[in-house]
Ligand binder design. Structure first.
Ligand code: HAM
Length: 432
């Protein structure tokens, strides 16, 4: 019996790997420019790390966590998101005791037991960043600025940024009271999920995609009207800095996010081109109380995460390229006869010692098929070695892109090959 990967997971290979590395490397370059340092946390944590922070009433904690007991009966959970682990790590390692804010980033698999569909997986890959230790609205706009630049660098042109403020715990409490009062006469008309949310986590009703629920809350009070003067002024400053950075946004007073830890600024980048309900490429927000709730000092924080799988899917759908970061010429060594293998090894060894990207045809096929395959797979040069080349102590070099061919005396003229490859690389880099 052939075994398949578990539902909601996938194997990643071929061009998807190129896209994925391109996305991750782009993010890492930006993190370095914006001065975020990498922090790697375990893939699983004590269950409480998530249940305490994300919130008992959230869908994630209620239904979606991969929780298991280890052999000593301890409850552990595969991380459904990165923020809670980062907060745990910052507190445990007292990283807050030096310069603030602590600016960190992370990449890795997250796990949520959701119903899989296009763009929604049970294991998915996130890139995220957190800035812990300042409530200056500059950092809110900086985080959004980083994210906007990241999407632009990948080639996205039509993403929409939605932003809202959830207020601090005091304004939120006041708003939840007003909202529940507004909904009280309509509760039994809500969908069954929203009826449960009414008691457990009423703000999640704003996230319901069912038309009936959307209509029922269309004229509900808005959180902005409950914001205290501090939260209002904070939000205005964030928008002011976004304007200064010429970042376009839409204030969406119905925007809520699926975690209880958020306070003040929340935001999401959404693509209309992702037709499914899973159209959010990334999002985040402030969580000013979480560090203290975790037993750390009373310091505010903000962060975001993006979903690499969704970004990759959309890049392919929009024909955006996973461009080369710096051009590396690729050389394919084509052996035409088994008797030439030893000779070709000398060439391959030389190329690899020079750090060129190269490979060899392990199964000998007709030259034409090999050349076609090399072209299709992005090789720039073929180094062709047959019986004639071995006898003459030569290598035939084919510039696949320019469709030119050269002969090189191998022991005397190796540098000619270097010159050819370098020139091709320089030209490509100039073009970039
Ligand atoms: P989130 O909105 O749950 O936020 O996830 C961020 C991104 O991860 C989503 O926009 C989406 O692209 C991707 N994602 C989420 N669930 C799935 C899934 N099942 N399949 C594929 N992709 C998915 C967070 O995780 C917060 N920790 C963000 C944050 C950081 N807030 C503050 N700091």
């Amino acid at each position: 019996m052939i075994l398949n990967s578990p539902r909601g997971t996938s194997d990643i290979f071929g061009s998807d790997i190129e896209y994925r590395n391109f996305i991750i490397n782009n993010a890492k370059r930006l993190f370095s420019i914006f001065n975020y340092k990498e922090l790697i946390t375990p893939t699983f944590e004590h269950t409480q790390v998530f249940s305490r922070s994300i919130g008992d009433g959230t869908d994630i904690v209620q239904k979606e966590m991969y929780t298991f007991s280890d052999k000593k009966g301890r409850s552990l959970t595969l991380r459904p998101e990165g923020t809670a682990s980062i907060v745990r790590a910052i507190i445990e390692n007292k990283m807050y005791s030096g310069y603030l804010p602590v600016k960190v980033f992370y990449t890795g698999s997250m796990f949520r037991y959701e119903r899989p569909q296009k763009g929604r997986m049970r294991e998915f890959y996130q890139i995220g960043a957190e800035a812990v230790g300042t409530d200056n609205p500059i950092i809110d706009s900086e985080i959004i600025w980083l994210l906007e630049t990241f999407f632009k660098n990948l080639g996205f042109k039509k993403l929409k940024l939605f932003i809202n403020s959830m207020g601090c715990s005091r304004c939120r409490k006041e708003f939840v009271g007003k909202f529940k009062l507004f909904l009280e006469p309509k509760v039994d008309k809500l969908c069954t999920d929203c009826q449960k949310r009414y008691d457990l986590n009423p703000l999640r009703i704003f996230d319901c995609k069912k038309d009936n629920c959307i209509n029922l809350i269309s004229d509900s009070p808005k959180i902005y009207s409950s914001l205290c003067s501090d939260c209002k002024s904070h939000f205005k400053k964030v928008l002011y800095f976004l304007d200064a950075l010429k970042i376009k946004y839409t204030v969406d007073s119905n925007l809520v996010r699926g975690f209880d830890y958020y306070t003040k600024t929340i935001f999401e980048f959404v693509s209309k081109d992702l037709q499914s309900a899973q159209n959010a490429l990334g999002g985040g927000g402030r969580y000013d109380n979480l560090i203290q709730q975790f037993g750390g000092p009373d310091i505010p924080a903000i962060g975001f995460a993006v979903g690499v799988d969704r970004i990759l899917m959309l890049m392919k759908q929009l024909n955006l390229e996973a461009g080369k970061e710096k051009d590396e010429s690729k050389i394919y060594v084509i052996v035409l006869d088994g008797s030439c293998e030893e000779y070709s090894f000398d060439i391959l060894k030389y190329l690899r010692e020079k750090n060129y990207v190269c490979d060899l045809n392990y199964n000998i096929r007709a030259l034409n098929s090999e050349l076609k395959w090399a072209e299709k797979n992005g090789y720039d040069f073929a180094a062709i070695i047959g019986e004639n080349e071995v006898k003459a102590g030569e290598v035939t070099i084919k510039d696949i892109k320019k469709r030119k061919q050269y002969k090189i005396k191998w022991d005397r003229e190796k540098e000619k090959l270097d010159n050819l490859i370098r020139r091709a690389g320089d030209q490509a880099n100039q073009a970039i």
